[in-house]
Design a protein around this ligand. Structure first.
Ligand code: DGL
Length: 287
């Protein structure tokens, strides 16, 4: 028995390393994370699911977000993945442990811990403002993650729900974006000690130029994409799951609603143009 196991194990491992990494978000926001993952891990294959039919997650209750997240993850797992990246702060903040429990032993990586690490490394004063969705702020996951890494840090958490709509609408620059940013960031600017803004929502990086115009060049602006890629690389290494061989094909993209809109809006987030025909419309079942 043990002999035949030995014969089969290496084959299984090779097949596993060649499986894609599953990535999901409520919509196109997680494509900002996918972009960083691809650039840092060019040999890896990715499949991405945007749950656009149920966006936004950020204003929904924790129990709905947890249910949606488990459904999205189950769908990706059914397609065959070796690792799951939750490229949504709201889902990472409320559903990470449920996902780890439901899909054990699949490695599951969220964006909150990597985002907190990026902010703690960037801040000199230790006064950090987290801009996120209502759900992420309410759950306090960022406040806890930052406190674990830097106990003296002072965290100011600001819900910026309209940023999601602006980013999805493509109104990421210009007068409207800046007016809304000014309103959300007023107290942060008045504080005077905050030196780092953490974009705690994967939709927000496309708003960076508008936010930077409002806060000025002295304020550091960080997001979780690059640190998440580093965590993923380490996790793949730890599990012996790194892909080997040729450069991977373009990511496989899926959405639960309107591939046309997903392609039109998502191209800006991914940083390259893709067509609706490249986006598969999928059904996750009853909400
Ligand atoms: N992109 C998601 C996040 O990182 C939130 C967008 C939404 O509200 O669905 O939190």
């Amino acid at each position: 028995v043990s002999k035949s196991r030995h014969l089969h194990e290496p084959l299984k491992t090779t097949q596993q390393t060649q499986l894609p990494i599953g990535v999901f978000d409520s919509g196109v926001g997680g494509l900002t994370v996918l972009r960083a993952l691809r650039s840092q891990l060019p040999d890896e294959k990715f499949i991405y699911l945007g749950d656009t039919a149920r966006l936004p997650y950020g204003t929904k209750s924790a129990s709905s977000v947890e249910r949606y997240s488990v459904q999205a993850a189950r769908f990706l797992v059914s397609r065959g993945i070796k690792c799951l990246v939750v490229a949504c702060n709201t889902a990472s903040a409320v559903a990470l442990s449920a996902l780890r429990a439901a899909f054990d032993p699949l490695p599951v990586i969220g964006v909150v811990e990597p985002g907190a690490a990026a902010a703690c490394a960037a801040s000199r004063t230790g006064h950090i403002a987290v801009l996120a969705t209502e759900g992420t702020v309410r759950g306090g996951a960022y406040q806890r993650a930052i406190a674990r890494l830097r106990s003296e840090a002072v965290v100011y958490a600001q819900p910026c729900s309209l940023f999601v709509a602006l980013a999805e609408e493509g109104w990421n620059e210009g007068a409207i974006a800046e007016t809304i940013a000014r309103r959300y960031l007023q107290e942060i600017l008045n504080d005077g000690r905050i030196d780092t803004l953490l974009l705690g929502c994967t939709h927000f990086p496309v708003l960076t130029p508008a936010i930077a115009r409002v806060v000025g060049s002295e304020m550091g602006i960080v997001d979780s994409a690059v640190t998440t890629a580093a965590v993923l690389a380490e996790e793949l290494r730890r599990h012996g799951l790194q892909a080997t061989g040729e450069a991977a094909p373009a990511p496989r993209l899926m959405a639960t609603d309107s591939p046309e809109r997903f392609a039109r809006v998502g191209s800006r987030f991914l940083g390259e143009t893709f067509a609706a025909a490249q986006v598969e419309l999928v059904d996750l079942g009853t909400p």
